[in-house]
Design a protein around this ligand. Structure first.
Ligand code: AMP
Length: 420
């Protein structure tokens, strides 16, 4: 077949999907305990939403969005990230009415036209959470704590928390000017960074090219240029982390790619994903985002966690991976002919209604081949249906573990299967 999946996308198959489901289930349970409600926004949004919020000079807007030009009206794009759509929906649906904080989480696909490699895809999935309505550093530490518990519950080890402050509109511009002056005088930067030096100097700090590192390591630190409010905020954030015993490294290079971030930014990284894809999740504060979207002032803080990367980490953890295999049928109905198939069909239906996993084959197999299949699937019981069974209404149920046979009326089968 020459129709194949699109480059950078992938199927999540039975056998793998169970791990995804378990991650999602644990996430939902945990997030509920912290007061988050699920939000499902559309995969399509107006392109404008991302241009305004992420910033025109960001990689995502410059070259990574899948955009569908409008025939009439406005262009639309596949969402490359989850925060801007959540804030758009928050404003559009007046989710700020009511009281206190608005806490929302999402799980779903994102799309970016990046060069595919391990841990980097064009369609990938994120779990994300956003808290709107507070600029207190304590809420940021609460999110860190929630993530800590989540990763711990899932058995993820060896993840480090990096934190930074990127300042605010009153202190950052002065730092960016100093940074730019320094960068424009440098000759040892990669081509991308030379461009960034002119258009978006902060992004240079994020560059993963080894050749840029020596230059970046010697640049002035944003932490030395924060205004007093930003300095206090960052100090309080770290005090809260200390209070709850979450360890972290302060990383002045961590500016993250998007324009909407102010003050606290963070990432959780691991060496087990390879040198360039080491971020499992990242996020930060975005107090001005609502205004960028022409909404009233609203403070916000959130993160996005890459599910593919999480799955990669967990799949290497053999203990966990070994636990996932497709479910074994509880009872397999084998039949001799079309008449006995009809009986098997209704028996299977009745048992499923009682919550039992009953298996019925439609592969046109002989009785012997059906028995082989039941064995291969690891079915716990097998029931062969022939003319006798239909006539007498008594069914022979064989327990595969030891070969014992029990003859039962239809109404007693489910109890027998359950009790064994
Ligand atoms: P970002 O929105 O770029 O901060 O990404 C947040 C998280 O999403 C990252 O830490 C990754 O785990 C994941 N992620 C971002 N881009 C991709 C991609 N192209 N493929 C797979 N995962 C991604």
């Amino acid at each position: 077949m020459n129709v194949r999946s699109v480059r950078g996308t992938h199927d999540i198959l039975p056998g793998s999907v169970e791990l995804w489901q378990e991650i999602e289930e644990k996430t939902r349970l945990l997030f509920r305990r912290y007061g988050y409600g699920e939000i499902r926004t559309p995969v399509l949004e107006e392109t404008n939403l991302f241009c305004r919020s992420l910033g025109l000079e960001t990689d995502i807007v410059q070259k990574e969005m899948y955009t569908i030009p409008a025939r009439r009206g406005r262009d639309i794009s596949l969402r490359p990230e989850g925060t801007a759509p959540v804030v758009r929906s928050y404003l559009e649906n007046h989710l700020n009415r009511g009281s206190g904080l608005t806490k929302l989480y999402y799980v779903g696909p994102m799309f970016r036209r990046e060069r595919p490699q391990k841990g980097r895809y064009r369609q990938f999935h994120q779990i994300g959470a956003e808290v709107l309505g507070s600029d207190h550093p304590g809420i940021e530490a609460e999110v860190m704590e929630m993530l800590h518990v989540l990763l711990d519950d899932l058995g993820v080890r060896g993840v480090r928390l990096l934190v930074n402050s990127v300042g605010c509109p009153s202190c950052r511009p002065a730092y960016v000017r100093i940074l730019q002056e320094r960068l424009l005088a440098e000759s040892d930067l990669c081509a991308d960074c030379r461009k960034r030096s002119r258009r978006n100097p902060l992004r240079v700090l994020d560059c993963k090219q080894a050749s840029c590192s020596p230059v970046i390591d010697n640049l002035p630190s944003i932490l030395d240029h924060l205004c007093r409010e930003c300095r206090d905020h960052f100090r309080r954030f770290r005090e809260f982390l200390d209070l709850i015993g979450v360890s972290y490294s302060v990383t002045p290079r961590l500016v993250r790619g998007l324009d909407y971030y102010v003050r606290t930014t963070f990432e959780m990284v691991t060496d087990r994903l390879g040198p360039t894809q080491n971020a499992l999740l990242g996020g930060g504060r975005y107090d001005g985002l609502s205004e960028l979207l022409e909404g009233p002032p609203a403070q916000g803080f959130g993160f996005g966690l890459g599910l593919e990367r999480l799955v990669l980490l967990l799949s290497r953890n053999d203990q966990l991976a070994a636990g996932y295999r497709s479910p074994r049928p509880e009872i397999f109905f084998a039949y001799l002919n079309e008449d006995s198939l009809e009986k098997a069909f209704t028996l299977a239906r009745d048992l499923r209604r009682e919550g039992i996993f009953a298996y019925l084959d439609f592969g046109g197999r002989s009785l012997r081949a059906q028995m082989r299949l039941a064995n291969r699937l690891g079915s716990r019981f097998v029931c062969v249906i022939g003319d006798d069974e239909i006539r007498t209404g008594l069914y022979s149920i064989k327990r595969m573990a030891d070969g014992t046979q029990t003859r039962l009326q239809q109404g007693r089968i489910s109890r027998h299967v359950r009790s064994a």
